[in-house]
Design a protein around this ligand. Sequence first.
Ligand code: UN1
Length: 513
Amino acid sequence: VTDFGINEALKELGVKDINDGSSTGSNNFSNGAIIESISPVDGRLIGKVKSTTREDYEKVMDAATKAFKTWRIMPAPQRGEIVRQFGDKLREKKEALGKLVSYEMGKSYQEGLGEVQEMIDICDFAVGLSRQLHGLTMHSERPGHRMYEQYHPLGVVGIISAFNFPVAVWAWNTALAWICGDVCVWKPSEKTPLCGIACQNIASEVFRANNLPEGISCLINGDYKVGAFMTKDSRIPLISATGSTRMGKIVAQEVAARLGKSLLELGGNNAIIVTPDADIKMTVIGAVFGAVGTCGQRCTSTRRLIIHEDIYDQVKNAIVDAYSQLRIGNPLDENNHVGPLIDIDAVKMYERALAQVVEEGGNIVVEGDVLSGEGYESGCYVKPAIAEARPEFKIVQHETFAPVLYLLKYSGNVENAINIQNQVAQGLSSAIMTNNLREAEKFLSVAGSDCGIANVNIGTSGAEIGGAFGGEKETGGGRESGSDAWKVYMRRQTNTINYTTELPLAQGIKFDL
Ligand code: UN1
């Protein structure tokens, strides 16, 4: 029996012998209750970490606020150099970290590698950006005056991330926050604590090698109660949170109550519109990867296919056929396409969704199932399922974090499909498959998709880091990663300088003494 090199990987990442919860990586002050990391791949205990108590948290905040004083005065391009070194370390550890992601979270090894690649990409992006934190200059209305704006770091940025992208989402935030001059306190999901420790180890190594305080990157462990230390803490001007809409609503209110800023990246209910002018072969690849990739646990996963009635049967048959070829099993084995769900609770949600779609009048076209027997001992492996449904079904309105795909039929023109696509509370990712320019442009127009991401002839998942990532409505409105998302990690200051011996007032107001 091969362990797919997982032991070696754990050793390389410094998370091999964490079995009493004590040696939980550098700059981790945690001393609270034990959190066990159980792999959904084989049900084994990978390691234990300790959660962060209120007292521990104060120590973390102490280290972070102290580190900020050093970090903020370092010129941004020099901070970029540190992020460059961090990106290089990630290149060295790509295979090991990709494996840990796959083993602790359950996504395929290829997708684990892809996730680490996203980290590397955002580091490169951030290095360039470290010389481009541009503000504008303005012309003053007063003679002999100059006006400009500049961006300063915010301070301590709190990051709350989810199990499904246990390393990349942290990197999107930290790489940008660091070059902006912020320091970060990170609470990874309690379902993937070892990914957190592995990342923390890599970051600390870089900070130590450069004689920088490790408090630039801090780790806290635990569930939502530990997250609440941060959301309620006015020493943390920005909370960046990824997870469910339910969680986001709580975080948003707690942060807003103290007038802090929040960056929210919450649920999606992403659809692909398939028009009569679609390339069916491309549609199948995009839809199947979108629906079953990461076992349907991406926030960008494809949940709904909105198919024109003229090609409905053809598309349905092609997708059902593709599903019959899916291999489900150990995600470290590259012969498999689909790994397990994260845990038994997720399996129950999957089962409930399938029961509910039938209750509401849906028709199952690819049966779901919880797999058992050899290789499936963890109880987390399920068969990706497909159901024919109607847009108004409650379950279709709901984001089920599992590989359940709904087929919806539309007739008439593309506006009808766009209406269905926009009829849900979430607004993250969307796509249209068409070779018809008019349909594509309509979909991208002001009267088109209401999502933060709208694609033509590619699926809903797998966004590149160069664009701003996030969505509207119940997705939370935040934007992370590329474009000008960096601005949320900084505070803008408008400066007016008078280089004359007069003090004229703006708006021409006279005030003579
Ligand atoms: C997420 O699921 O939280 O676009 C992030 C994608 C990935 C990121 C997903 N690049 O699917």
